[in-house]
Ligand binder design. Sequence first.
Ligand code: KMH
Ligand code: ZN
Length: 280
Amino acid sequence: MQPVIITAALVGAEVTREQQPHLPITPQEIISAAVECYEAGASIIHIHVRDAQGNATQDGALFSEVVEGIRARCDVITQVSTGGAVWMSAEERLQSIECRPDMATLTTGTVNFGDGVFMNNRGLVESFARRLREYGIVPEIEVFDVGMIDEALRLHSMGLISDPIHFDFVMGVPGALVADPVHLVHMVRCLPPDSTWSVAGIGRHQLTLGTIALAMGGNVRVGFEDNIYYRKGQLAKSNAELVARIARIAGELDRPVATPAQAREILQLERYRKQDDKLL
Ligand code: KMH
Ligand code: ZN
């Protein structure tokens, strides 16, 4: 069985300390949480940062501090958010990649996001994809609705993203695609054969869709960005607790947990560096 790549989405832009008292907020808290998740089996850390007041920000210096701090302590893959929060401008959102992380997210369409609108028109998406390519940063395509797969394939046909494309299906955001396993099966069937994919179920769907993804041969994202509970009515004590649980379930399903080195291989993160002259 293919090893499972577990992503830990530690912070996000929306969850507050009032909702989840163990939410990491300062760079040091985020770095420590990342290392704990790595030790529990995560091979990718999906990174957002917060300012001193705990509000979401895309401040490049904070991203740099977190990415460098994580790299100093372990070889886990660093993946920054270019999504930020719904109120941010495109330029603001893209500051996160200046620290040259291993990966960055790329959402390929506009979608309702709770009461807000997560704006990703074609011009924005193309400019983000172009910049990631220039920097040699491998994107993870964030799919909040089915049409975003087709938009990613369009970027591929334009030469802005290369094979193998890595997708993350975010399922259960209010206003976007509901967390129905039928949608997951359909989306996986829509992918080019050499693609890789993971699922990020929101709220209680994190555990159920994550388990389904394990059985289907896919990868899983867990963490406070998407879900703050361990079970109904019981808050999780840490991001690592959620990583450890999905790693245990993976073991029961005979899916070994990928090391960061294995995940780098599966996702071909070195692809730009190997062919840089041809692509840049
Ligand atoms: N916070 C959402 C509006 C990403 O990280 O790229 C966008 C988001 C996706 O979290
Ligand atoms: Zn995110």
